[in-house]
Design a protein around this ligand. Structure first.
Ligand SMILES: C[S@@+](CC[C@H](N)C(=O)[O-])C[C@H]1O[C@@H](n2cnc3c(N)ncnc32)[C@H](O)[C@@H]1O
Length: 330
């Protein structure tokens, strides 16, 4: 890295704030719907005109907007993510903003002491976090379905720490016979249950309140999912969770770990290395050799890695099939 790159890196805080603000005030949604110029946007969204012009031009410089004549339009690849519907990323953008607001606070204390001041979310903050997770899950869950051959033959799924059911919803829409049990902490389980009241999915996605370290898991699962859960645990607890999850599989059932990618030495993959800091001393980003070792120690075989952009991977393992029954042979 040279000093020009360092200079730009230090200004890296500014770009994301422009994006999250543009999402918050509705600029990105408006530009996903139709091309517009700054005066049209300022009038429609009741914003200051010169300020709107600067924000829109910075979004353009960052590559989010394309110029169409004298108007701007959200890049085609991003449009569905800012329109209402299952791909809407707006709650995740709000989550990213909330994370940025509190990310630096306490970082120096943590570096000096290894300790972190209380950071438990509850109430509105937990609801916003869960909505953000659900929106991000929509980016990855379809890729998990694809990696598992459309979930063919999978009917019983246990989603440990499955939030408000981001993966469960996508899995159910991919496979009509599938039922999902989502084990979550009480407050999130209630949010998930409430979000499905009166819907057809309410009959197929069952939230149970519990602690995945201690609660008994329903047995005989075709698939157990640990999505973005191992990184919130220390290594020993994460490995124990893999062990318990594997024990609830039916013969031939599969364990799916979805988490942030990081390289073996944890010093090349920037997103993975930064996410490890995000977890402070509570959790970590785990490497492929670590995850594979935990799955193997839990008795799983046929291990496989599939990359899930953005920034994630899927590590799969399979429980042994039923041993052949020789009791009736002569
Ligand atoms: C980072 S979120 C991931 C949510 C979802 N799996 C996803 O990938 O979108 C981690 C989830 O684990 C849940 N969780 C944390 N500790 C738990 C525990 N001890 N037992 C059950 N759920 C837990 C949290 O409530 C949260 O919803």
């Amino acid at each position: 890295m040279d000093v020009s790159q360092l200079y730009e890196l230090l200004w890296g805080f500014a770009g994301p704030r422009v994006v999250t603000l543009a999402a918050k005030v509705g600029l990105l949604r408006a530009l996903a719907q139709a091309p517009a110029d700054a005066p049209e946007l300022a009038a429609a969204l009741k914003l200051d005109l010169p300020a709107t012009g600067k924000i829109v031009r910075a979004l353009c410089a960052q590559g989010l907007l394309a110029v169409e004549g004298d108007k701007f339009r959200l890049h085609p690849a991003l449009r569905k993510h800012f329109l209402p519907g299952p791909d809407d990323l707006t709650p995740f953008v709000a989550h990213a903003q909330a994370l940025a607001d509190r990310w630096g606070a306490g970082l120096e204390d943590w570096l000096r002491s290894g300790a972190e001041k209380g950071s438990t979310r509850a109430g509105d903050k937990l609801a916003a976090f869960s909505q953000g997770m659900q929106a991000a899950a929509a980016l990855l869950a379809h890729q998990v379905v694809e990696a598992l051959d459309g979930l063919l033959g999978i009917e019983r799924v246990l989603d440990l720490g499955g939030g408000t059911g981001g993966y469960a919803r996508v899995f159910c829409s991919a496979q009509p016979r599938l039922q999902v049990t989502v084990l979550e902490v009480a407050e999130v389980a209630t949010l998930g249950t409430d979000s499905l009241v009166g819907t057809e999915l309410g009959q197929r996605i069952h939230f149970i309140s519990g602690d995945y370290h201690h609660s008994e898991f329903p047995a005989g699962q075709d698939l157990v999912l640990l999505a973005n859960v191992l990184h919130i645990e220390k290594a020993a607890q994460a490995q124990a969770l893999v062990q318990r999850a594997a024990a609830s599989l039916a013969p031939g059932g599969r364990l799916a770990v979805v988490d942030f990618i990081i390289d073996e030495h944890k010093r090349e993959n920037l997103m993975g290395a930064l996410f490890a800091i995000n977890m402070r001393s509570r959790g970590d980003t785990y490497s492929e050799p670590e995850l594979r070792a935990w799955l193997r120690a839990a008795g799983l075989a046929q291990l496989r890695r599939v990359d899930l952009p953005p920034a994630h991977w899927l590590i799969l393992g399979q429980a042994p099939a039923d041993p052949p029954d020789y009791s009736t042979s002569v």
